[in-house]
Ligand binder design. Structure first.
Ligand code: SF4
Length: 323
């Protein structure tokens, strides 16, 4: 008789909150309701959220992803703008082409857009703390004319940036940054420009902050931390960094369980698992199953905050469908 080798015990510390935030949930719902109401295809400009699994699921249901509006054939099919937000020129272009568009920009990103507009109207130059090339940064900079916003990516940038009028300045941020890095960058800006105007309420969103707090609580107790998320997802990348800075050197960002590098993870007795704001729970379950295939797993949830945020759908989808 062949006996199976005894599995070593492993405690999985499951970070909570983790995974989908209210903005991602709303964006996915917008595409799904549009598919239901108007039938496929529904066009989506850019990845609706940064997650391949989500994108493939929506494709399967009839969504067609494009990078630019000119890839969409003329007709009445809706086009959805992604949760990251878009420059003002995009809805303007869609209106000029007489397209029916639905805006899935997260309301917390729209809030930053409005802040930027108010600062501009008050004659302030804006320093945007964020990552070059990220769609949210492109969208936020694109709310205002060229030259109105300067991007600051690092503390070194904050030390050297030369804004046009140092007495009339404001700072805003991308919503998915590292809380610690941003604090350090802003400290440099306020030291150099004491009159700089700050946001009334943090631009880094509740979901980013809560997911980082949970990782900070779990990281010191575990041998390895697994972050489920996409490599182009800013908030997921930050979770991996937060884990290593909080004392967990073996911190990995993976898209699916199949990506786990078991050799690099090594032998573990405690592992932390979290997921970025655009990663669905099914992928977390897949990772727990992968550990359960190798270890005798006990799962303990470490909850550092309760989340109750939800956002309304765009007006067009709240109205009953035309008969
Ligand atoms: S991470 Fe924050 S800003 Fe981005 S979609 Fe989610 S709630 Fe909105």
């Amino acid at each position: 008789m062949i006996t199976e080798p005894t599995k070593l015990p492993l405690t999985v510390h499951l970070c909570a909150p983790r995974g989908f935030c209210a903005g991602v949930d709303r964006a996915i719902q917008i595409v799904e309701i549009a598919l239901d109401r108007y039938g496929p295809p529904v066009y989506v400009r850019h990845e609706i959220v940064h997650n391949r699994y989500v994108v493939e699921e929506l494709k399967r249901k009839g969504a067609v992803f494009v990078e630019e509006l000119d890839e969409i054939p003329a007709g009445e099919k809706p086009v959805v703008f992604s949760a990251h937000g878009v420059p003002k020129s995009v809805p303007a272009d869609a209106a000029r082409r007489e397209m029916f568009f639905l805006d899935a920009t997260c309301p917390l990103v729209s809030k930053v857009h409005r802040e930027a507009e108010i600062h501009f109207k008050r004659g302030r130059h804006i320093l945007l703390v964020g990552h070059a090339g990220h769609p949210e940064v492109i969208g936020t900079m694109g709310q205002l004319p060229e030259g109105a916003v300067t991007l600051v990516e690092t503390e070194a940038d904050a030390e050297t940036v030369l804004p046009p009028d140092t007495d009339n300045l404001a700072w805003i941020t991308q919503t998915t940054l590292s809380v610690d890095d941003t604090r350090a960058i802003v400290a440099v800006l306020t030291r150099r420009f004491p009159r700089i105007v700050a946001p009334h309420k943090d631009d880094i969103c509740y979901a980013t902050t809560n997911r980082q707090d949970a990782v900070r609580a779990v990281a010191p107790r575990v041998d390895a931390m697994i972050v489920v998320g996409a490599p182009n997802s800013s908030n997921s990348q930050r979770l991996r960094e937060v884990a290593s800075r909080a004392g967990c050197e073996r911190a990995f960002l993976i898209q699916r369980a199949a990506d786990i590098d078991w050799e690099a993870v090594g032998t573990v007795s405690a592992v932390g698992i979290t997921a970025g704001a655009s990663a669905p729970e099914i992928l977390v379950e897949e990772v727990i199953d992968a550990f359960a295939a190798r270890y005798a797993v006990t799962v303990e949830t470490v909850r550092t905050a309760d989340e109750t945020v939800s956002f309304n759908l765009p007006r067009e989808l709240r109205l009953p469908a035309a008969q």
